[in-house]
Write a protein of this length. Structure first.
Lengths: 115, 118
């Protein structure tokens, strides 16, 4: 059973650019959640995808968008990058419909720096 | 909306001793889950322990146990026989039991940095 993986590990972008972050869910998991963790803060929920459909969104603007693919891997896209988007981006997978549907397994994160 | 408060930004403990991390939360929900996650310098968020709100018995996982006080909305983590590898940021998190297609999102506190000293 493979764990949750994310790529890239680190990324540096310029303000105004666009970025795509990738996440590979734990084998068999059908739900992925994305979180933004600013320095010194707890993670903040961005959105969740279940079976390729967005299934809830936190307080983030539309320039944050996502995709989930049939193999349950996913992407987080951020357009028009702002300095405040600099953060650690975490994805977490879970298996909705299972007994432990509430347990989310996190990847190691992507550190995004916007200059 | 739910909020999670961790009032101890930093704590330290000697190896082999016991330490308790505090967490309070605010919710109008009756059915929910509470978690403690550990985030070491490697950044990987690791689930330490969970508690279902409908269970009165406090959860225990080896050296980790919780004191869940539902009426007081308190959820503290006790680490016994602290080890150097326990050094990490610890986050308390809340998840309401969603229904009707709603999502299961985690609401985190700001974290407590625990340092275990040799």
């Amino acid at each position: 059973e493979t764990g949750v993986t994310q790529s890239p590990t680190h990324l540096i972008k310029t303000r105004g650019q666009q970025v795509t972050l990738r996440c590979s869910s734990q084998s068999g998991h059908n739900t992925v959640s994305w979180y933004q963790q600013a320095l010194g803060q707890g993670p903040q929920f961005i959105f969740q995808y279940y079976r390729e459909e967005e299934n809830g969104r936190g307080n983030f603007p539309p320039r944050f968008s996502g995709l989930q693919f049939p193999n349950y891997s996913s992407e987080l896209n951020v357009n028009a990058l702002e300095l405040d988007d600099s953060a650690l981006y975490l994805c977490a997978s879970s298996l909705e419909g299972s007994i432990k549907f509430y347990e989310q397994y996190f990847g190691p994160g992507t550190r995004l720096t916007v200059t | 909306a739910q909020t999670v408060t961790q009032s101890q930004p930093e704590m330290s403990v000697q190896e082999a001793e016991t330490v308790t991390l505090s967490c309070t939360y605010d919710t109008s929900e009756n059915n929910y889950y509470l978690f403690w996650y550990k985030q070491p310098p490697s950044r990987q968020m690791i689930l330490v322990i969970r508690q279902e709100a409908y269970k009165q018995q406090n959860a225990t996982e080896n050296r980790f146990s919780v004191n869940f006080q539902k009426a007081a909305k308190s959820f503290s983590l006790k680490i016994s026989d602290s080890q150097l590898g326990d050094t990490a940021m610890y986050f308390c998190a809340f998840m309401k039991h969603a229904s009707g297609g709603s999502n299961y999102k985690l609401t985190f506190g700001k974290g407590t940095l625990l340092t275990v000293n040799p």
